[in-house]
Design a protein around this ligand. Structure first.
Ligand SMILES: O=c1ccn([C@@H]2O[C@H](COP(=O)(O)OP(=O)(O)O[C@H]3OC[C@H](O)[C@H](O)[C@H]3O)[C@@H](O)[C@H]2O)c(=O)[nH]1
Ligand SMILES: [Mn+2]
Length: 370
């Protein structure tokens, strides 16, 4: 294994030379990209992404033109579109923060979502082979999770692995996988304080592992390289009120991850983390990030115990019902931390109302079994 390989991203030529497998879930999966930049990074991903439909959420100035490389099938929404489509409910979609990406989840009509940032390139595994991150996410999502009992040989459904001795046979069917959380080579997703003290740290460690996050355990979900089953857990993937006019930023995916995990635990759905890796190319400014994050850094000392203590009634059998119940508990128990959570709890309700308005069929169908 030549671990030096993982310190470089794959070139478009290297990726283009990869055998083009059958694009799994081609008509059942949308790729959602939040952007304030151009989308040249798609050239790197072309062999892997071209067969899929893209939903581009253009943040910031709607009068700016975002160029999408030829050959991609896409729909693009800017702030004017979001306001036009949602009307007053657009207030729940963040502006000037990558949290805006959740609008793409709402307007999609597909069963699966893969979301990626525009500074994430194709990574290489230790053998130097370009990593088809989308293909690995699909494998993760289409195979069961094992949140109820930890398998020490990691994901038992991967080629060359299985359940180990002592693993109860009654649990070996696993549960449906709702989320696949990928990782990052090169620039790791560190918070601002860590970025400031370790400005030159790069992640060169490629760990060949996929793990189910155990039931009852929270995790810091990063939205940079993430896939999920929209029909199973979509309404929980609200990325909160961040950015312009808000006291906090860069906690969009964290909030969504904590809400999603407690609901997955309640509905017996699984969350996996590990492979695939992408190559994260740009470190955002740690000083700007510190300004966005600092309230979150001390609020989360109250937020995490809140989510750890959350219980959802057995009558909540759909994601929407769980999410509305969660919003009530946020309003009741977190508003004393800061009035922001009162506003956020209301926005959570607006999000579900908007979701059900744009996805009427979803409003009736139970998303998972409690
Ligand atoms: O106001 C904005 C800023 C950025 N975007 C788009 O969001 C993606 C992430 O932006 P960037 O790579 O500059 O930030 P990072 O610090 O690397 O992002 C991480 O932390 C914040 C989020 O949680 C994010 O998911 C993490 O990856 C990128 O596509 C920008 O174009 C935006 O839409 N609006
Ligand atoms: Mn980035």
């Amino acid at each position: 294994m030549d671990y030096k390989k993982v310190t470089e991203n794959a070139t478009p030529e290297e990726t283009a030379a990869m055998p083009r497998g059958i694009p799994l879930l081609k008509d059942e999966l949308d790729i959602v990209i939040p952007t304030i930049r151009n989308l040249d990074f798609l050239e790197m991903w072309r062999p892997f992404f071209e067969p899929y439909h893209l939903i581009i959420v253009q943040d910031g100035d709607p009068s700016k033109t975002i160029n999408v490389p030829d050959g991609f099938d896409y729909e693009l929404y800017n702030r004017n579109d979001i306001n036009r489509i949602l009307g007053p409910k657009a207030s729940c979609i963040s502006f000037k923060d990558s949290a805006c990406r959740c609008f793409g989840y709402m307007v999609s009509k597909k069963k699966y979502i893969f979301t990626i940032d525009d500074d994430c390139f194709v990574g290489k595994d230790p053998s130097g082979k370009p990593i088809n991150a989308l293909e690995q996410h699909i494998k993760n999502i289409l195979s069961p999770s094992t949140p109820l009992f930890f398998n020490t040989l990691y994901d038992p459904f991967r080629e060359g692995a299985d359940f180990v001795r002592g693993y109860p046979f009654s649990l070996r069917e696993g549960v449906p996988t709702a989320v696949s959380h990928g990782l990052w080579l090169n620039i790791p997703d560190y918070d601002a304080p860590t970025q400031l003290v370790k400005p030159r740290e790069r992640n060169t460690r490629y760990v060949d592992m996929v793990l189910t996050i155990p039931k009852g355990t929270l995790f810091p979900m990063c939205g940079m390289n993430l896939a999920f089953d929209r029909h199973l857990i979509g309404p929980a993937m609200y990325f909160g009120l961040m950015g312009d006019g808000q006291p906090i930023g860069r906690y969009d995916d964290m909030w969504a991850g904590w809400c999603t995990k407690v609901i997955c635990d309640h509905l017996n759905l699984g969350v996996k983390t590990g492979l695939p890796y992408i190559f994260h190319s740009k470190a955002s400014n740690p000083f700007v990030n510190l300004k966005k994050e600092y309230k979150g850094i001390f609020w989360q000392e109250d937020i995490i115990p809140f989510f750890q203590a959350v219980t959802l009634p057995k009558e909540c059998t759909t994601v929407q019902e769980c999410y509305i119940e969660l919003s009530k508990q946020v309003k009741e128990k977190l508003s004393k931390v800061d009035p922001y959570f009162d506003k956020l709890a209301d926005a959570m309700v607006t999000w579900i109302e908007a979701w059900d308005e744009l996805n009427p069929a979803g409003a009736a169908v139970a998303n998972g079994k409690a």
